[in-house]
Design a protein around this ligand. Structure first.
Ligand code: PAF
Length: 288
């Protein structure tokens, strides 16, 4: 610890192995630990999770690990942005207590990927478009959670299906972690913040706002059309935009992930979208 007069500055620990993380965690047996798992290329959305964790807990642990088993597309894995130096500076400036940055061999001494299945939740949308993705997510989440032994874990609502699946898994396995959902952060243009945005050219950054514009139009004019009519409208807009290749635009119930024929069918409707803009896959959602 470095002391500048009354201000005490605790240096962030960089933990590069499971053994180092276990040793760090053992020092704080009786502390409330908040954990923010990430794949790096950090932005202000990540930072908001870190700050929330700092407010709620005694210690905040972040992790940076680009998990190979959750990439169904090898090209996406290869091009996933990496900004490790600036990530570390951002975490240090935010006053994070420790960051776990393991090697692939440490996380995967064996390549076994577990299988987690809940009807609809692990069959639809992202699961359908990215086969094996959530099995990879749950595999790494179990490893990270077992090591971190956190009281609270902070996850972004932008990855809405991931958040729902991890929450369902924690419940099913009767784990102790409390999952804290954190709102999506947006650029002033409305574009949802995402590490993958770093791969977009200037022109594409403007085009990418189409996702937000469509979601927001549906939200603000919800009762002018049925959910199915809105879906058809949104899909037709993507079809008219040659830069995009739409994976899905759906309006579903946020709890069951079932489709909606009418607004009365759900107290918790949400619109979810995934589309390629060039080679970059964008996802977003909005509660309606
Ligand atoms: O959302 C992410 O960044 C990743 O899917 C996560 C939760 C860190 C697991 O690799």
């Amino acid at each position: 610890m470095v002391s500048f007069g009354a201000i005490k500055y605790v240096k962030m620990e960089i933990l590069k192995s499971s053994a180092a993380l276990i040793a760090w965690r053992n020092q704080y047996q009786s502390s409330a630990i908040g954990f923010v798992p990430t794949m790096g290329a950090l932005h202000l959305g990540h930072l908001s999770l870190m700050i929330k964790s700092k407010i709620d807990n005694d210690k905040t642990l972040a992790s940076i690990f680009v998990n190979p088993t959750q990439f169904n597309d090898p090209k996406d894995f290869l091009h996933y942005p990496s900004t490790i130096e600036s990530d570390i500076s951002m975490l240090e400036d935010a006053g994070i207590d420790a960051v776990f940055i393991p090697a692939v061999e440490d996380m995967y001494p064996e390549v076994a990927v577990e299988n987690f299945h809940i009807p609809i939740l692990t069959e639809s949308l992202e699961a359908k478009m990215r086969p094996g993705h959530f099995d990879g997510v749950i595999t790494i989440i179990r490893k990270l959670f077992d090591l971190a032994q956190a009281n609270r874990v902070y996850l972004g609502e932008k990855d809405f299906q991931q958040l729902s699946i991890i929450s369902a898994w924690v419940k099913k396995e009767k784990r102790a972690e409390v999952i804290v959902p954190c709102p999506t952060h947006r650029e002033s243009s409305g574009l949802a913040m995402s590490s993958r945005n770093q791969r977009l050219q200037e022109k594409q950054l403007k085009e990418a706002t189409l996702l937000f514009q469509i979601l927001n139009t549906v939200k603000e004019n919800k009762f002018n059309n049925t959910p199915v009519e809105w879906e058809l409208w949104a899909r037709s807009l993507f079809a008219q935009s040659p830069s995009f290749r739409l994976d899905y635009f759906e309006i579903i119930d946020a709890d069951t992930f079932g489709p909606l024929a009418a607004w009365e069918d759900s107290e918790n409707p949400i619109a979810v979208v995934a589309a390629f803009l060039g080679e970059v896959r964008l996802i977003d959602n909005m509660r309606l």
